[in-house]
Write a protein that binds this ligand. Structure first.
Ligand SMILES: [Zn+2]
Length: 235
């Protein structure tokens, strides 16, 4: 089992580890702070350093259930002790962006009864699609105002690990299709923005919505009937 620090502590930027396995394009560590891409959040980038060497990690992906640190340099040998360090500035921006997206989806659900149909993010910018019949510039402005109002409220963000049975019985979580998660996932990791949103999620988030700062709705567009897209940027 690889110890995945990001799942419990998103603020850990660096960790000591041992190289478990070398793959043609990446390596597996026994412990890591790198987040493997998933749930719309890109994989972390950063560095792995060891006695006499260093490599640049250009992406992190999940393969056979384990985070693989993707690189293009010469790797250390299996069994080497290393320091793994993420590009913290990029990751922190992703944490702020991810929490902004969950807040956005919560507001659209709470005030407009519309579910999310898809989404994606890059550091500082994101898009999310909703089951909305119509959309307009005025609607985008209204959403932006509501979002910034909620972010400023300073809602704490908690990470919970709920037994599967308990998660499946929670009405807030059923809305986000927690029942569609594969059976073997137990307990289920939950990101709870207290007073605003609760959903099963593997990503990294800030500890409070106030850390997101303010957000701008930069574009609203129709992607078909009952599918409308909102693009946001962190300011
Ligand atoms: Zn998420």
């Amino acid at each position: 089992m690889v110890e995945e620090v990001a799942a419990v502590d998103a603020y850990a930027a660096r960790v000591s580890a041992v190289v478990l396995e070398i793959e043609p394009d990446g390596l597996v560590l026994d412990r890591t702070v790198f987040y493997p891409r998933g749930g719309g959040q890109p994989g972390d980038t950063g560095f792995i350093r060891w006695d006499g060497g260093e490599l640049v990690v250009t992406d992190t992906v999940r393969r056979n259930g384990r985070p693989v640190h993707v690189y293009a340099d010469d790797p250390p040998s299996v069994g080497s002790e290393v320091e793994a360090e993420i590009d913290w500035e990029r990751r922190y921006l992703l944490m702020r962006t991810h929490t902004a997206l969950h807040s956005l989806s919560a507001i659209i659900w709470r005030d407009f009864d519309a579910k999310v149909t898809g989404g994606n993010m890059e550091p500082g910018a994101a898009r999310m699609d909703f089951e909305l019949e119509g959309i307009s510039i005025e609607f985008g402005q209204q959403v932006e105002d509501k979002l910034n109002e909620e972010l400023a409220v300073d809602h704490p963000v908690e990470i919970l690990f709920l037994p599967r049975d308990e998660a499946l019985a929670d009405p807030d979580l059923i809305r986000t299709k927690v029942n569609l998660l594969p059976d073997f996932i137990d307990p289920i990791r939950i990101v709870h923005i207290v007073g605003l949103d609760k959903q099963a999620d593997g990503g990294t988030h800030v500890a409070s919505t106030s850390e997101v700062g303010t957000v701008r709705v930069v574009k609203t567009e129709s992607k078909g009937k009952a599918n409308k897209r909102i693009r946001i940027e962190l300011t």
